[in-house]
Write a protein that binds this ligand. Sequence first.
Ligand code: F6P
Length: 545
Amino acid sequence: MATSRKSLLNKLMKHRKRLDEQPMRVQFALDPNRFKRYSASAGDILLDYSKNRIDEPTMEALFELARAVDLEGRRKDMWAGKHINSTEDRAVMHMALRYQGDKPVKIDGVDVTGPVQDVLKAMKGFSDAVRSGAIRGATGEQFTDVINIGIGGSDLGPAMVTLALAPYTRADLRVHYVSNVDGAHIHDTLKGLDPKKTLFIVASKTFTTDETMTNAATGRAWIAKALGEAAVADHFAALSTNLKACADFGIKSDRIFGFWDWVGGRYSVWSAIGLPIAIAVGFENFQAFLKGAYEMDQHFLKTKLEKNLPVIMGLLGVWYRNAWGFSTHAVLPYDQRLSRFAAYLQQQDMESNGKSVTLDGKPVDYSTGPIVWGEPGTNGQHAFYQLIHQGTDVIPVDFLLAAQPHETLPPHHAKLVANCLAQSEALMLGKSKDEVIAELKAQGVDKDKIKALTPHKMFPGNRPSNTLMYPKLTPEILGSLIALYEHKVFVQGTVWGVNSYDQWGVELGKQLAKALLPKVEGAAKADDHDSSTRGLLAQYHRLKA
Ligand code: F6P
């Protein structure tokens, strides 16, 4: 690339200057077609991005930027199985896990569709058998509770999806997720459960992650204590790329479900890591979930950039991050069942694009991944929306909204929808000084009070949001939504020229924790640490005593 990324990104600044002078509410007034102009669909998912600080020249500049960084070429490389995860020398091919076509999908010259189908078949067999009671615990009792032990990508995806698809779950088969090394997590999960009816799934790509191995050992001891060591094999399954370590743990070979190093942890919900989902909602629904993701893959692959949802969302994120300096991005689903969606996206996005060197190891001279956060509406409205409306930071927002609820409980859903639409409208419009004064006058407020109150009641407006609307939160739609965000992360990583598929930034803390453990346990002296760490350790030992 002849021109540096920084100068490509700087080119966006001239558009910012123009848009600074023309807020969205003015643009909406001038252009009755604004919604039509700035909305696009992928299957049943509509993206309304009209409430953004954009105009035609801006969008053109953003698509030009995408072409200048050869987004299409890199997308092709990813799909061709090239090792775009260069620091780990791996392909990035989670799309192969949900591929529904009949062409070979080659990675390093090998068609992976057969092995993928084999694992899916094994997952179907196992999940069907757990659901029907064909597979039971050591004492012959049917499983009523499944505990998935994993962390990061081996937890967040399946946990979020299981919650999102609650209408498809059964009351007599509960799936729990334990991730934290904090003993409180497994302790509180086990409370009230019957070992005879409990199945553990140990989910870990590497099968070395300390939190997961610690929780797995605790779960194993719980089963062994209640039912004897011989029962362990009947109460455990494992999901991993490290098949040997699973066998060493004592897991039967037909209960080990494998995947491959070309599946990143945070992109692994489509792999064997999805087994607890299949148990919770049934394999057919899991397949529909895969199909939804495949449909989004096809959209991302085949739709021209100007109508391509992940491309549009990715570029808008770049626009705000690099031309406006907005550092956070809120994801606000008006869907209670998506209450873990933002937490899931935090790993997907922040572990992917929270990088400050380019692919060739040079420090970036521009901002990369934003801080991603969020909570479902309407709850957030009564917590942090104050800052989104009137705070000093501008926070671009994604609203997510289903047209149909799963339950027939009028007027709940109509109220939910009204609130969602009201928020994006309020953010865009704001409330001017004249509007506040007119409103207070109409309420009969006296002059002095109007003067005092007006600044507090004004809303700056011109605050950006996307709205994603879909018919209903089905497995298929959920699959599409997750894949949409995955590809958005790819688009942004490509623009920023970073490796979105490694995560070296998580290593240092792990190393230091290992070194600190003997000092916390009192088996070694802490002389080699800084004064703060030494002071905290000393206080810990005092308080513990
Ligand atoms: O610590 C980060 C991480 O490596 C994630 O990328 C990953 O999803 C998580 O840990 C869990 O790893 P594993 O599945 O190997 O236990």
